[in-house]
Design a binder for this molecule. Structure first.
Ligand code: 7RM
Length: 656
């Protein structure tokens, strides 16, 4: 990652929000932020009780937090709430039914504006359609959709009836669907015939069919017609969305569910071969996404047009396209396709057309725009923008400065938001009217968040001392468990400093002003284009190929993607190491996981560097692909020649 320690330590540019921005902001000064944060840490439960009061509860809770069984938390104990009612009915009842919820832009250029009243009606009809097919509270429903308003409708319809959604990113493979169906034991799937991407159709229904050939627990498949591509419909299992909703009633009472009723499972990569099912529940999650959206995006419901470019298949889409913005009654843009289709100015054309005020994207996209050239930006009037955000990975200072100057015209604060699938919402970020920003730092923790950097023995590190990022108090949108695996939940996040200290898995440091600088993952998880990818996941995909005996996967810095994937592969005896086989292996990884996991580089190796006890020494492989000298300790290495050999081959491969 280009955000290395050196650039972190030498960064001294500081940008204060303009007086005008601060004067109009929800939080107007650093002093106000610090006072509020202090109070929220001294009386965390009082703070969250107040925040939860912004939502509609059908039954009031009796206890804000039950942490007696830490690390298993219960928030708003005894409360009853419906997430869909909070995201939809509440706004319609307040007289905002005609407010646009979604300005939708399809990739081919078709558009739709959907109001809150319409979104509510569509959600109720689809919820009733699900009910008629026997889906009820607690059932798991897998959603595999393009970026269309119906993706949000599907999620909200699940929430309305208490079904637990598990959204799978449309870029993931049929095999990924099989794995997630198996783990979640889902009984229904919501998909579309296809979705548009770079002028072509992603065959979503076909992928679902391929998955269901290997998993037979699904009774019902709802299919939205989007691309009109040919699909097979299986009698008694597959139903068209439009037929199922045609006569459905628009009246679907929003039942109040327990605050701890599961809202969704979202799978994310960890250090083992299988992604983990992160479980989020209802009341705390909605409270947290509602508050963070309001304060971090300084949201003004009457004047802001918000756009988050993520896909609903990622946690960013869950928290900051669906639940956070919709709980706030925001008007937002939703775009179906690729940022460079038909050309690299697509995003800026959309910003200008809808007068977007608040724009939230990933550093990898910013780097791609820089490379594509400023002329694409210069074509459009971006003067409506007042606030910019980034998420997903550390942002390198050059990209941050370009974003600020070129997209933000030098006037928009940038909120660099650090958080995770597990945290459910943004944890560390500037509050834009209050906290001065510096390129490369996510700055300060949100209200109620007690973040710290710990050393090996669990002591807080001093300024500029690197350590592990931890959270010392529970927060409402924290993951409740890993689905069906409470032991792994404990071991993964709470194993080192006791049952009440959450370990994020990121390395970080603070500076003298208390800003947090996130360096990157400490485990074997890569960050490719802002998306988490376990090296073990790619390895198990590779060894599932008949010709592969063994593989070791490491990351290396990549100009656009942040990190690229390099795979060392040992073939089975008698298999020829050809370029065609490399291609086949790349595609195999695509089929097993999805296109984002395809290795940038595959190197055939007769042997891998191992310790005498047979462990692959990844550290050496990382040094090899980083391009420098292989330094470090190699005394435990069994076969010394192998490193020099691999290094030579790698240098040859990248220079050819
Ligand atoms: C929202 C999301 C989480 C991992 C996390 C970090 C990295 C995310 C930032 C960041 C530096 C940021 N969820 N990360 N945001 N690193 N600065 N602003 O990305 O579960 O997919 O990934 O992403 O390593 O642990 S995620």
């Amino acid at each position: 990652m280009s955000n290395n320690i050196e650039s972190v330590l030498s960064e001294d540019r500081v940008f204060d929000p303009s007086e005008e921005f601060s004067a109009n902001a929800h939080v107007k000064s650093l002093e106000e932020y610090e006072a509020l944060h202090k109070r929220s840490i001294e009386d965390t439960e009082g703070f969250w009780a107040e925040q939860a009061g912004d939502l509609k509860w059908q039954d009031q809770w009796d206890q804000v937090l039950d942490w007696s069984d830490a690390p298993f938390a219960k928030w708003f104990v005894g409360g009853k709430i419906n997430a869909a009612e909070n995201c939809l009915d509440r706004h319609v009842e307040a007289g905002n039914g005609d407010k646009i919820a979604i300005h939708w832009v399809g990739e081919p250029g078709d558009t739709r504006d959907v109001t809150y009243a319409e979104l509510l009606e569509d959600t109720c009809k689809f919820a009733n359609a699900m009910k008629s097919r026997g889906i009820s509270a607690g059932d798991r429903v897998l959603i595999y959709m393009p970026m269309v308003p119906e993706a949000a409708v599907a999620m909200l319809a699940c929430a309305r009836i208490g079904a637990v959604h598990s959204v799978v990113f449309g870029g993931f493979s049929a095999q990924s669907i099989v794995d997630r169906l198996g783990d979640s034991e889902a009984t229904a799937v919501i998909t579309a015939d296809g979705g548009w991407r770079r002028g072509g159709v992603v065959p979503l229904k076909k992928n679902v069919d391929d998955a269901l050939a290997k998993y037979d627990g699904v009774k019902t498949v709802f299919v939205l017609k989007r691309c009109e591509n040919d699909v097979e419909m299986q009698d008694g299992r597959d139903y068209w969305w439009y037929e199922e909703t045609a006569d459905a009633s628009a009246d679907c009472p929003a039942e109040g569910f327990d605050a701890e009723h599961p809202l969704y499972i979202l799978y994310t990569s960890g250090s083992t071969g299988k992604p983990k099912g992160i479980l989020h529940t209802t009341g705390g999650y909605l409270t947290y996404t509602n508050s963070t959206f309001k304060y971090i995006f300084d949201h003004k419901p009457d004047s802001d047009i918000y756009w988050c470019t993520a896909d609903v298949g990622w946690v960013t889409g869950h928290s900051y396209i669906v639940y956070g913005p919709m709980a706030n009654g925001a008007t937002q843009v939703m775009y179906e396709g690729a940022p460079n289709f038909p050309d690299w100015d697509r995003f800026w054309e959309i910003v200008a057309k809808y007068k977007v005020t608040t724009f939230y994207t990933a550093p990898t996209a910013i780097r791609a725009f820089i490379k594509a050239g400023d002329e694409h930006v210069d074509k459009h009037d971006l003067s409506s923008l007042r606030l910019l955000g980034t998420v997903g990975e550390p942002i390198n200072p050059e990209a941050w400065m370009w974003y600020r100057d070129k997209i933000g015209g030098g006037r928009c604060p940038i909120v660099d938001t650090w958080w995770q699938t597990e945290t459910g919402g943004i944890m560390i970020s500037p509050i834009p009217g209050a906290i001065p920003t510096k390129p490369g730092t996510a700055t300060r923790p949100f209200f109620g968040i007690d973040a710290a950097i710990f050393d090996e023995s669990g002591n807080p590190c001093g300024p500029n001392e690197g350590g592990k990022l931890v959270i010392r108090k529970p927060w409402p949108s924290m993951l409740r468990t890993i689905y069906k695996d409470p032991e792994r939940f404990k071991e993964t996040y709470w194993n080192e400093y006791g049952d009440t200290i959450y370990i994020a898995g990121d390395g970080a440091r603070t500076d003298a002003d208390g800003n947090f600088w996130i360096v990157g993952r400490l485990d074997d998880v890569l960050n490719v284009s802002g998306h988490r990818l376990g090296t073990a996941e790619v390895e198990s995909a590779l060894v599932s190929h008949d010709d592969v005996a063994e593989s070791a996967v490491v990351g290396r810095p990549h100009e656009i993607k942040g990190q690229g994937v390099v795979a060392f592969v040992t073939l089975k005896g008698g298999v020829d190491a050809t370029d065609d086989l490399k291609k086949e292996l790349r595609n195999h990884v695509g089929t097993e996981i999805g296109a984002i996991a395809k290795p940038d580089e595959i190197l055939f190796a007769d042997r891998l560097p191992k310790t005498r006890s047979g462990k692959i020494m990844r550290r050496l492989l990382k040094e090899i692909v980083a391009g420098g000298e292989v330094k470090g300790d190699t005394t435990t290495l069994e076969d010394h020649e192998v490193v020099a050999q691999l290094k030579e081959e790698f240098d040859k491969a990248v220079h050819s």
